[in-house]
Design a protein around this ligand. Structure first.
Ligand code: ADP
Ligand code: UDP
Length: 241
């Protein structure tokens, strides 16, 4: 059975979501639009949608092989993926292996130091509030997740982090930090959803420490599209090894 986009459901900052012939499946369309700083900075990055679709595809397939339950079903074309429809849990799960970004600012630390422990930050996914940093108790208060659900999400995230560190290392990239989202499928299972790409990960070249991720857009570093192409090419090579 081949699936096609039916009704438009949602337009986010980087993707659009459409219904399909099957009520339990949706099509995600990856755009070239880029935003940063809670959408105060806007632009487009040539080929970003195509690259993120391809990079996410490689990563979802890799994680599925490692036993992670995900929403991913199949890549339909250069910009679209068929995925299981989920009710997104309104929590952004951020993992930090190195100090960078908002944590460096908040704690007055220099970017680039390796953290002796894996740091898990959770943010409440609410654009109007600017996705504030919360803790487990806030998540329960907000009805975003139960303590048991959080425990499962942390365990899955830890496994995902270990697998991704390995994969990116094979591509000569350091996984500095990243954000993932989980959702509940039609049977109530908590599965990995959304995307994993240079929009949602900080990736530094292992030798030169060159940034190969969305920070090139956020910080006007130039060669943004080139960085996304580079990550895709390196992952393709790494997965052949
Ligand atoms: P944002 O809403 O943060 O601007 P995007 O532009 O990436 O994000 O839009 C994609 C939206 O689709 C996000 O809100 C994301 O949580 C949601 N989403 C991701 N995967 C699924 C899925 N399998 N089912 C339903 N919604 C999803
Ligand atoms: N991140 C993301 N979406 C968000 C916020 C963060 O994908 O809405 C990713 C970001 O790309 C980085 C990690 O999560 O890899 C940690 O981001 P941080 O909290 O440092 O925030 P930022 O510096 O992006 O504001």
């Amino acid at each position: 059975m081949s699936y096609t986009k039916k009704d438009f459901i949602y337009e986010g900052k980087a993707k659009q979501v459409y219904t399909t012939e099957d009520p339990n499946l949706v099509i995600v369309y990856y755009k070239d639009d880029a935003t940063a700083f809670n959408a105060q900075k806007r632009g487009t990055v040539a080929d970003k949608g195509e690259m993120n679709n391809k990079i996410s595809t490689l990563i979802f397939n890799y994680l599925i092989e490692k036993g992670i339950q995900t929403h991913y079903i199949e890549t339909l074309n250069e910009r679209e993926q068929l995925v299981k429809k989920v009710d997104i849990i309104p929590i952004e799960m951020v993992v930090r292996n190195y100090v960078a970004g908002s944590m460096a600012q908040r704690l007055g630390l220099e970017e680039g130091a390796k953290s002796p422990v894996t740091i898990f930050d959770i943010c409440y996914k609410k654009d109007e509030l600017g996705d504030p940093l919360i803790n487990d108790h806030h998540a329960v208060l907000l009805g975003a997740a139960t303590y048991d659900e959080l425990k499962l999400m942390y365990a899955m995230t830890d496994k995902i982090n270990a697998a991704l560190i390995d994969l990116f290392m094979k591509a000569n990239l350091i996984l500095i930090d990243f954000k993932i989202e989980f959702g509940k499928d039609s049977e109530g299972n908590i599965i990995l959803a959304d995307e994993i790409s240079p929009d949602t990960c900080r990736l530094w070249d292992k030798d030169t420490l060159k940034k190969l991720d969305k920070d090139r857009f956020r910080r006007d570093l130039g060669e943004v599209s080139e960085a996304y192409h580079e990550v895709y090419n390196r992952l393709q090579q790494a997965l052949k090894k």
